[in-house]
Design a protein around this ligand. Structure first.
Ligand code: HEM
Ligand SMILES: N[C@@H](CC(=O)c1ccccc1NC=O)C(=O)O
Length: 279
């Protein structure tokens, strides 16, 4: 150390963490930074692992925000829910930008370690499936890859029996003067909600007079904003996949790009998209 080097301890920076909680302790960095175990010598496998692990961490936050938003809406606390939904969009914006890092991996580089992945695939991500279920995309067939894992199956099954975020929004709208169809309010929440004309007409009332339904209008637009970012995530995924593996079958056993393209058709809040056409 030269005499010009600045020493933060002179202004009181703590340096003894033998018996104090440090940065790494609080953030459990030993666990997180000790969890990268490439199975090959390929340079890009570290990128692949970290890209997935960071995505799973952001998904963890997304689940935290989405579940809290749903609880808040069910309890008529719309303002906090708005904040959480705004954060959801920012999380997905972050995830959308992250694809740019993964895209630096070429097909030749991926081929060097792809065989090490065996039959594992993002298709088996329990957090991703939980997010889809929370949002109302409830394809029961997606439980199958988790049959071997009792805890995950229990978690996903519990989610299926809980009203989705959109179910809670429609119930809230009904409590606040919009007449939602009784069949929709009493629907079997285990299934995916499909387009309903009565729900469309209810949203039409809001969109034709935002000033008299400001709270529901803002909430609906938060959902549309989020679905917009979520669609972009799906699109970035399928485009990256085509760029890296072309039309090969996926390690998870699906057709690959053909499967992911089908998923681009999923609509989480169909009436909120359709209402635009009738205004
Ligand atoms: C080179 C990079 C990637 C390739 C080649 C790839 C490929 C695929 C393929 C082919 C599928 C269809 C299932 C299968 O048969 O395997 C799939 C699904 C999936 N992937 Fe990726 N993926 C990549 C990166 C990522 C990343 C970074 C994530 C973030 C966690 C991710 C998450 C998922 C999820 C959640 C699914 C299931 C989608 C659904 O069911 O709608 N993938 N991926
Ligand atoms: N399905 C990919 C493999 C893959 O991407 C993957 C494998 C293990 C863990 C996460 C993965 N990411 C997304 O599917 C493939 O077919 O190459």
């Amino acid at each position: 150390m030269t005499s010009n080097d600045y020493d933060p301890t002179r202004e009181g920076a703590e340096t003894d963490f033998a018996r104090r909680m440090s940065y790494g302790d609080y953030l459990a960095l030993d666990a997180i930074l000790g969890a990268q175990h490439p199975l090959s010598e390929a340079h890009d496998e570290m990128l692949f692992i970290i890209q997935h692990q960071t995505t799973e961490l952001w998904m963890r936050l997304a689940i935290h925000e989405l579940s809290a938003a749903r609880r808040a809406i069910a309890g008529d606390e719309v303002q906090p829910a708005m904040k959480m939904l705004a954060r959801m969009s920012r999380i997905f914006e972050q995830l959308n930008n992250a694809w740019d890092v993964l895209r630096t991996m070429t097909p030749s580089e991926y081929t060097r370690f792809r065989s090490q992945l065996g039959q594992s695939s993002g298709f088996q991500s329990r957090q991703y499936r939980l997010i889809e279920f929370l949002l109302g995309n409830r394809n029961h067939a997606m439980l199958k890859p988790h049959t071997h894992d009792v805890e995950t199956t229990r978690l996903l099954e519990a989610e299926l029996s809980t009203p989705s975020l959109y179910d809670e929004v429609l119930r809230l709208a009904d409590r606040n003067g919009l007449k939602m169809p009784a069949a929709v309010l009493a629907r079997d929440v285990r299934e995916t909600h499909s387009f309903n004309e009565g729900v469309l007409q209810a949203w039409r009332v809001v969109y034709e007079a935002p000033e008299t339904h400001w709270m529901l209008y803002e909430l609906a637009e938060k959902l549309v904003d989020f679905e917009d970012y979520f669609r972009r995530w799906r699109f970035n995924h399928v485009t990256t996949v085509e760029r890296v593996i072309g039309f090969k079958r996926g390690t998870g056993g699906t057709g690959g790009v053909s499967y992911l393209k089908r998923m681009l058709e999923v609509e989480l809040f169909p009436e909120l998209w359709r209402v635009r056409t009738i205004l």
